[in-house]
Design a protein around this ligand. Structure first.
Ligand code: SIN
Ligand code: FE2
Length: 212
């Protein structure tokens, strides 16, 4: 059973074009988690290597037409999973629909993601400040869905040196950014240990993008 108050969306503007949608994904929780299990069974989580040779603390997989990958050759989108050699699992309708509705709520009508990067944070895992800029054009927003353990999301500005806001994200929260803040720096502080009733000792983040 969902807590009825927690299911009431709390919307807040983070920056120009950036919005926090509290609890937006909660009504879809069961269907999203079921779809997630199917994806991970076909394309398991793995810790990829950065172009600089570091293994990422966040484990990743993807679904959609293309998936985001990194290795010694660089960051890019790939039609196939380099681990399995097969295409990434297709994007479940519940994922695409959730992302599109969240984007709409944030003022970006007609968002049709073709890529969903799935990040798994275990205690201590973090994502340093970065821009999402491997997509072909930046007209579409980014929609980010948080599941499992809470985390602190950092949302900076157009320069890496801009002091980031700290935004606590919980299970079911969504952040969407685009337009003026499409290329703004963001990241995640090291995950604190805990035990989430649905996902255990981890946080899962779904990042929806229009890559092609
Ligand atoms: C990302 O920027 O790719 C991940 C953001 C998050 O985990 O909330
Ligand atoms: Fe990102």
């Amino acid at each position: 059973m969902h807590d009825l108050l927690a299911a009431v969306p709390r919307t807040a503007r983070i920056a120009e074009g950036a919005f926090f949608l509290g609890g937006f994904a909660l009504p879809d929780e069961d269907r999203v988690l079921a779809a997630l299990h199917g994806i991970v069974a076909a394309s398991p989580f793995r810790n990829m290597i950065t172009p600089g040779g570091f293994r990422m603390s966040v484990a990743m997989t993807n679904c959609g037409t293309v998936g985001w990958v990194t290795d010694r050759r660089g960051y890019r989108y790939s039609e196939t999973d380099p681990e399995t050699g097969a295409r990434w699992p297709s994007m479940p309708a519940v994922f695409a629909d959730l992302a599109s509705r969240a984007a709409d709520r944030a003022g970006f009508a007609g968002f049709a993601p073709d890529a969903c990067l799935i990040n798994r944070y275990e205690p201590g895992a973090r994502m340093s400040l970065h821009q999402d800029r491997d997509e072909r054009d930046f007209a579409a927003p980014i929609v980010s869905v948080s599941l499992g353990l809470p985390a602190i999301f950092l949302f900076g500005g157009s320069k890496r040196s801009d002091r980031p806001q700290r935004i606590p994200l919980e299970h079911g929260d969504v952040v969407a950014w685009g337009g003026p803040s499409r290329l703004w720096f963001h990241g995640v502080l090291p995950l604190r240990d805990g035990d989430h009733p649905s996902l255990g000792r981890c946080r899962i983040n779904l990042t929806f993008r229009r890559a092609l």
